[in-house]
Structures are given as structure tokens and as C-alpha cells.
Design a protein around this ligand. Structure first.
Ligand SMILES: [Zn+2]
Length: 472
């Protein structure tokens, strides 16, 4: 329990530091990667707590055990103060909520049912955190002392920055005719904590992320950040590894689940097939915030590595990678096994050169990106664009299907440079990126020089598949 509290103290100090020094954040974030080689998940200590260490003294003496029966009856006569915690569910009633908390208190239940403020606990979004303090008296009767509920702020300006805290407590004066319960509702600012996680991929990225307790929203951000470096559907391999530092919103020191569970990724490293990719969030007076490689190149490039977004559902497909046999046609291009209906996105800005049916390709879209480059998306079950239409990177062109010469639902993707097929991932990695402006350079360089060393030190050591197998 003390350990938990200490961790929270660390974390809230970290959050405070984050708040006051946003520009130094990335360097700080990278620092956290240092010394985290073993921990799968940890909160980020950014400042040394100022508590003086607790003095300990060891006393050795002989203790005579009294009769157990006496102890038990003594326990029975004294009430125990306990606390319990849960989250609200969509199907909850007052009774089911209290039952999960281990509280059986008719007066509390009646108040929760009738009071307008209290009724809000079970209204709106589920997943609110509920903490009860209660006493267990003789004969196991429970009496609620207080109930604290933390949930999303009332909609409006504070929806993103605040949370609602409802506190119900038993009044001191418990006279007849006086309501024994007091209730308050407050809007309080969310804090943010830094979280750090790292892991190896054994089966798929989401499994590794689950193990490291990384929310899906953070995994998706990471896939976006490296979206021009790695085709997350096809390129991930056993033994790949990641290290990631991200903000996580907290209400009274507890990470919240209703806000998607995650704030911004601050720094990330992904080692894919032995190749290391680093990205850091950077923002100053001269730039719009963004993710940058240590050399100052923006991670957002003109081409994405994959025409399909990464998702939890797709991660298992990617790892199976069973070949799809094309019929009657020499195969050039890249095939993605994906469920019918999966959105297909344009890997870059461009204009639709062709959208329609062609025998082998089935429903197909060809997008032209300037004079020399074009991309092709085939076997679609549905086409969402028209010939001549201008489209932007990431825009949905259509849905995965099995039209034309395809044995099952999949996306056939081609990337052509001057009419010749080329490797889409190579093209994405080498495509145009914006660099930081000269004005931003000095501040960025300073941040990176610290961060680079620490990122290297904080990453997991390389691992081979035999070592991975031994870890299982
Ligand atoms: Zn194909």
C-alpha cells in the first residue's frame, strides 16, 4: 500500500514537472527510457521525492499467543474499516454496484436511488471509477461511510480537461428526520502522468502491448508515427521491440479509462527487423508540434508504407501471412490478407486516374501522385471515389473484397515508379519529408543530443528467437 502511494507521489510530481516544462518534455521523456530495460511498465519519476526516509528499528521479543477464541471474539466486537473499488457498468443498478463493492447498506441504497445528484453516477458513460469506504460491524453488517465516484466532466468546455468527482458521505449528526447523507459534485482538472512501456513482440504487437499495459490508443499512435517507416501489417517480426513514453490523464492520481486511457506519445523507439526507428514529439514557438526523427526530419512523409491502417483485428492476420494464390496472372505487387469491408486508404495525396472494373483486378482504383508515381488498389468490394477526384493521404478509396481473379478477400497493392513496380515500403521511407526550420534547429539539437544517448541506453537489448522462446 505504501509502495503504491509512493509511486503516485512520484507520478504526480512528474505530472507537475510536465505541466511546467512542456518544451523540455521530450528530453525528459527520453531520460525515462534510461534504466527501464527490464520493467515492462512503470511510472516516470522525474524528481526525487523530498520525504525524509522512515527510520526503522528492529525489535525482537517473545510474544505469547493468547487463546485464538478470545482473539476472534475480540475481533467480532470491533468494527473493521474497509475500502473497495470498482467501475460502473452499462447494466448497473444501485444494487449491483453496491454488491460489487461488498456493501449491503439499505440507507445508502435508498439515497443513491432517490437523490438527483447521486443518480448521475449510473447515468451517462459507464467506466466511472467508484471507491467505497465502509465499516463491517458485528454479524457482518456493512455500513457505508463514504463513496467517491470519478467520471467524465459534464460536456462543454471542460470536457477534455476536467473530471467530475461526486462524493457521498454519512453525516456526523445522525438524528431522526435529518438526511444522513451529504453529497457534493465538483469539476476538477485532470492531471497527467508519464507512463513508460517497452516490450518484445512474440506473437503480435497488440499482445506485446497488452502485456506492457499499453492502451490501444497508444499503440495506434505509435503505428501512425512510424506509418512511413514500417508496414505494420506485413513487416513485424518475432523479436521486434518497442520502447514508448506517453502521457496518461489521471483523476486524483488514478489513470482514467473513459478518456480513451491515453494522451500523447512523447517519444518512441521501434526496432523492426534489426532496424531502429526513433521519434520524438517536438514543439516550439516556430513549429506546429509533430514527431521528428533525431536528424530533424518530420516523421510524417508524403507516402505511407501501407494502404491499410493497422488495427487490433489485423494484427493476427499479419502474423499468419498465408499466401494467397492468384489465378492466371503473373503476380507483381503486394497482397494483404484482410477481411471484406476493411477500409483501403490512399498512401499519398493524388488524383484518381481510374476507378472501375478491370477483368483480373476486379474493382480497382489507380491513383496518380505527380508525374512519376502511381499506386493501384485491386479486388475491392466497393469503390468510394470517382475518376478525376482529388484525394488526400489516408483517404478511404474503397473497401477490401474479392472481386476479379482473387481466391479470397484481400487487397492487391501496386506501387509504380515510371511505370515499373517498386517496393512500396522503400518508396515510403525515401519519400519527401519536411525538416525543421533553421530557427527551430538549435533548441531541437540540444534536446536531441541528450535524448539520443538516453534512448540508446533505455532500449531493450537485442534478442534472438531462441531467447524469446525461453522467456515463454
Ligand atoms: Zn496480388
Amino acid at each position: 500500500m505504501d509502495l503504491v502511494r509512493t509511486t503516485q507521489a512520484f507520478a504526480s510530481r512528474a505530472a507537475l514537472a510536465v505541466h511546467h516544462h512542456p518544451r523540455r518534455l521530450t528530453a525528459a521523456a527520453a531520460c525515462i527510457l534510461l534504466g527501464s530495460a527490464v520493467a515492462a511498465y512503470g511510472l516516470a519519476p522525474m524528481a526525487v521525492p523530498d520525504e525524509t526516509p522512515v527510520a526503522t528499528r528492529i525489535v525482537t521479543e517473545t510474544v505469547a499467543l493468547s487463546d485464538l477464541g478470545d482473539q476472534l471474539s475480540a475481533l467480532e466486537s470491533r468494527s473493521l474499516v474497509l475500502s473497495s473499488q470498482t467501475q460502473t457498468r452499462g447494466s448497473d443498478t444501485v444494487d449491483s454496484l453496491l454488491a460489487r463493492l461488498g456493501v449491503n447498506d439499505a440507507s445508502a441504497a435508498a439515497f443513491l436511488r432517490k437523490d438527483a445528484q447521486a443518480r448521475r453516477i449510473l447515468q451517462g458513460r459507464s467506466g466511472k471509477s467508484v471507491k467505497a469506504n465502509y465499516e463491517v460491524g458485528a454479524a457482518g453488517i456493512t455500513q457505508l461511510s463514504s463513496l467517491t465516484v470519478r467520471g467524465p466532466a459534464a460536456s462543454g468546455e471542460q470536457a477534455e480537461t476536467h473530471f467530475t468527482r461526486i462524493t457521498i458521505s454519512r453525516s456526523a449528526a445522525n438524528k431522526a428526520g435529518v438526511e444522513p447523507w451529504q453529497i457534493t459534485t465538483e469539476q476538477t482538472r485532470l492531471a497527467s502522468q508519464m507512463a513508460m512501456a517497452n516490450g518484445y513482440i512474440r506473437t503480435n504487437l497488440f499482445a506485446a502491448a497488452d502485456e506492457a499495459r499499453v492502451p490501444d490508443a497508444v499503440v495506434m499512435q505509435m503505428a501512425d508515427i512510424f506509418g512511413s517507416d514500417i508496414d505494420f501489417r506485413r513487416d513485424l517480426r518475432r523479436g521486434d521491440q518497442f520502447a514508448i513514453v506517453y502521457e496518461t490523464p489521471t483523476a486524483d492520481g488514478e489513470p482514467v479509462s473513459w478518456a480513451g486511457g491515453a494522451g500523447r506519445v512523447l517519444a518512441a523507439r521501434f526496432v523492426n527487423q534489426g532496424r531502429t526507428h526513433d521519434a520524438m514529439w517536438y514543439q516550439d514557438g516556430h513549429e506546429r508540434g509533430g514527431y521528428f526523427a533525431p536528424d530533424g526530419q518530420n516523421k510524417a512523409r508524403s507516402f505511407l508504407a501501407s494502404p491499410l491502417a493497422f488495427s487490433r483485428i489485423s494484427s493476427s492476420f499479419a502474423m499468419r501471412m498465408h499466401p494467397i494464390h492468384h489465378i492466371r496472372r503473373a503476380h507483381l505487387g503486394v497482397d494483404y490478407a484482410a477481411a471484406t469491408g476493411t477500409p483501403v486508404r490512399s498512401v499519398s495525396d493524388g488524383s484518381v486516374e481510374f476507378a472501375g472494373r478491370q477483368s483480373g483486378y476486379g474493382n480497382v482504383v489507380v491513383v496518380r501522385h505527380g508525374a512519376s508515381r502511381s499506386t493501384l488498389y485491386a479486388h475491392l468490394s466497393r469503390i468510394n471515389v470517382r475518376q478525376g477526384q482529388h484525394i488526400s493521404q489516408g483517404q478511404t478509396l474503397g473497401l477490401v473484397g474479392a472481386t476479379g481473379w482473387a481466391t479470397g478477400p484481400h487487397l492487391h497493392f501496386e506501387f509504380k515508379l515510371d511505370g515499373k513496380q517498386v517496393d512500396p515500403v522503400k518508396m515510403a521511407r525515401n519519400s519527401e519529408a519536411q525538416s525543421l526550420s533553421a530557427a527551430s534547429r538549435p533548441a531541437f539539437e540540444q534536446q536531441v543530443s541528450d535524448a539520443q544517448v538516453q534512448l540508446a541506453a533505455g532500449a531493450l537489448p537485442p534478442i534472438d528467437t531462441a531467447q524469446l522462446a525461453r522467456m515463454e
